[in-house]
Design a protein around this ligand. Sequence first.
Ligand SMILES: [Zn+2]
Length: 99
Amino acid sequence: MINCCKDLEEKIKKNFVLKNIKYREYSFGKFYKPFLSHVIQNCPWCGVKFKKDLRDEWFETISKEYNLVKDSSEFDYFIENKMYASEFNNDEWWIKRGL
Ligand SMILES: [Zn+2]
């Protein structure tokens, strides 16, 4: 996951912006309190539009591939105990699936 500009890279280093590789998602960190955990769609510094985040797809893919019903207690247990393949902890799963 390559960053669009040096400014964003700096903010990530300082934890102003959090980069969640597993969901391909950027959000504001604790220093922007009113926006805490607010997912950002565009880079606030250079304006580039980020690719769509994959949070929903992450849950969807796991439920399909492990044949689990989303939001069931079995599913929640599976997620909580990280019983999925290690590829789901990083960008490997979405790169592999061409998302
Ligand atoms: Zn940028």
